[in-house]
Design a protein around this ligand. Sequence first.
Ligand code: TPP
Length: 627
Amino acid sequence: MYLELIKKPNDIQKISPKNYKVLAREIRDFLIENVSRTGGHLSSNLGAVELTMAIHLSFDLTRDKVIWDVGHQSYTHKLLTGRKEGFKSLRTRGGMSGFPKRKESPCDAFDTGHSSTSISAGIGMAQARDLKGEDYHVISVIGDGALTGGLAFEALNNASAVKGNFIIVLNDNTMSISENVGGVSTFLGKMRTSKIYTGIKESITGNLRRIPSGEDIHDVISSAKDSIKQLVVRDGMMFEDMDITYLGPFDGHNTNQMIKAFRSAKQVKGPVLVHVLTKKGKGYSFAEANPGKFHGVDPFDPQTGKLLQKQANFTYTKLFSDCMMQLGKQNSNVVAITAAMADGTGLSRFSRHFPDRFFDVGIAEAHAVTFAAGLAVAGMKPYVAIYSSFLQRAYDSILHDVCLQNLPVTFAVDRAGIVGKDGETHQGIFDLSYLTSIPNLTVLAPKNAYEFAQMFRFSNTFQGPLAIRYPRGEALLEYKSYNSKIVYGKAEVMKKSKDTTLALVSIGSMTKIAMEVADRLENEGVEATVINLRFAKPLDLECIRSLKNYKNIFTLEENVKSGGIGEQIAAYLMELRSRAKVKICAIPDRFIPHGCPDVLMKELGLDADHIYEEAIKAAKGLKEDHE
Ligand SMILES: Cc1ncc(C[n+]2csc(CCOP(=O)(O)OP(=O)(O)O)c2C)c(N)n1
């Protein structure tokens, strides 16, 4: 009933402190009920309820800027800024985004989705504020998982350049999606084991030098300050040594304690890090017991925690898991690398069977790739599994460290194409463009499950850099009989028409659509040639040359038009002085918002119905032209 009183930013400040706990429970109940219907990120949000309340109680959300790293934990922030109704349509087309969006609310200071950006963005805002002589607080909220990202470290290195107040909140729940790993996690572990301060008194005494004198905070300095200073400074030493004042650790489920911490943090000149300890999934037993499962979850029964929809059990990710097991057994040089996504990419099984040959490097995509280059130079056969959109982070590492030296690193590029409900930041729609621009890199995309397995077998003996891109979800079992051997640089002819009216040239997931369109055209008496490219790079130029005299060529790809295979094919046909009319069926060059993949594909005109309509028009129009 307290939640009902919150209709706009800062309304939470009307709630009396004695009711904070009830409000936190109401928020959790709301989140569980709503996410159980719509799906979404649950564990991280349940863990950040009191932290978000404390931020909203300590700052003026109409002026101060809060940046949520990754942004998947921003649901309570949305609730407290008047977006309760939006939860009905969470992550659906036209509905509320699951991430912060500046266009959604003036209280969303910065759009996020990819990890480890919040400190950099916060430094930028704080510097702009100081340059303009403005007066507001900037607060970057980052998880211990996101803190493993290199960008976060670059920002920490730069943080002391901020002379005005700049608050970094480290939300430490020991988890990334799965258990957090690496040196940062160990270092935070040591800090966590120190006493959780029950009052602000002790925690600030180690930071006297940067708290301006004469302010009320001075009054709370105890006589035991030297010994406490030792304790606090040792605990937060890495931050202190970087000239970032360290406060904490605090109980991230104690709203009042965090309010006091923020009161002190506000008074620090320069960067200050407030370390809070939270529990991922807090307050919902199923999520506490299995925070990974409820990190990003489909609709479920809130009473039992069981998923409501039948899960696809034959996904490309599962197939990748099988392929990696096979490759691992066959070749003792095969090693697998993930950037904090062992479960999501399907590498967990490999990690259990070959623990010595499995590496989780944290949320560090660029490092993952250059690390793989090092492994390859030293004689290993690395497989780097990273989602298409996150691989964008590693573009230069792929180019500079792997491809320039022509190293045999294989990239398993999962979630390529329209991914759906996570929206703009997560759609994997640029990789065909950015990967095919890199010399020495071979880029493959399978049309179905069988071709996928073939491509991974092909990768085992392949001697150069190779990327295999494949979509999210169910692996296609149709077109089993089209299973000719993979030959380097060769496309597969799936249908050959007698005349030259129309050819459909597709890559990966779009081959299914091309075949459906061709079948429907056949029913209308139009024969079409269908080419499954298999190789986005190198393109099978001989095959494309054979289409030179076609009247219409449709290219189909689940990638943006710019720099995609359609443009490359059109350019080649132009060089050949072909007079074919080329229709590029691709994603328009814009960011694609959240929504169900089927809905989005239809809206983008990339479904079989739409392409069929265009194709029949082209083919019949042609006939009419000739009549
Ligand atoms: C560049 C990038 N790589 C991977 C991801 C996928 N991802 C989303 S949340 C997350 C874990 C974040 O952990 P943490 O920051 O500790 O937040 P928590 O969920 O534990 O609250 C990961 C790996 C991402 N969003 N961005």
